[in-house]
Design a protein around this ligand. Structure first.
Ligand SMILES: C[S@@+](CC[C@H](N)C(=O)[O-])C[C@H]1O[C@@H](n2cnc3c(N)ncnc32)[C@H](O)[C@@H]1O
Length: 203
């Protein structure tokens, strides 16, 4: 059964929301050689903590948070603006036509692991379509969001973990790997389960 994100936000049942930007993103941004630019898209932005962290750097022309949940985006208004961010209610799998090839960067955090694993190829296609040629995807992937070694979390998901080999296969057709790292900072419970990848659109 697909997750009813809107009901979760309405009920305040949002255990993924830690009230702050992802520590691996903040770590990545603190590295002086790491710069981004242009128009940035953040799919599945939830309450927008990562959107505001990106906007606060002042590096991007604009940072656009995207989410299917109107309740999440209504709650975003509680937070003071950090910079040049904006939010749009839309489905990543049905992006507006005028967004094709528009973005210089996409930032991924807890959207990929939230969607049905059967839609992962659609996810890669959607992100590639949103990016300009040569555009970058900066992603924090959840490798093993549960404690056991199971291929899928007990009781289903989300979050749905992913193996590195599956990431390689999924993104190989449209992206090349620029760099990757295991973050040293993480939310409690996510330590050692995340992988940061910077990918460049090739096709
Ligand atoms: C696990 S939550 C993570 C939210 C946020 N990134 C965070 O870390 O707090 C997944 C988010 O993806 C959104 N989402 C799920 N499917 C989506 C889709 N097809 N298009 C856009 N957003 C989607 C949900 O509404 C939810 O806000």
């Amino acid at each position: 059964m697909p997750t009813d994100w809107e009901s979760c936000y309405r009920a305040g049942d949002t255990p993924w929301d830690k009230g702050a930007a992802a520590p691996p993103l903040l770590e990545w941004l603190e590295t002086p050689a790491h710069r981004f630019h242009g128009e940035v898209l953040v799919p599945g932005c939830g309450l927008g903590h990562d959107v505001r962290a990106l906007a606060a750097t002042g590096q991007a022309e604009s940072v656009c948070g995207l989410d299917v949940s109107p309740a999440a985006l209504a709650q975003v208004r509680r937070f003071p603006a950090a910079g040049n961010e904006s939010y749009v209610e839309a489905d990543l799998f049905a992006l507006p036509e005028e967004w094709r090839g528009r973005f210089d960067w996409v930032f991924e955090h807890t959207c990929f692991c939230a969607i049905d694993p059967a839609r992962r190829a659609d996810y890669v296609r959607a992100v590639a379509e949103a990016l300009r040629p040569g555009g970058r995807l900066l992603a924090i992937f959840y490798l093993r969001p549960w404690s056991g070694g199971e291929a899928r979390p007990p009781g289903g998901g989300p979050p749905f973990g992913v193996e590195v080999s599956e990431l390689d296969a999924l993104f190989a057709g449209a992206f090349e790997l620029v760099e990757e790292s295991v973050p040293t900072r993480a939310f409690a419970g996510r330590e050692g389960r995340e992988l940061v990848r910077l990918l460049r659109k090739t096709a």
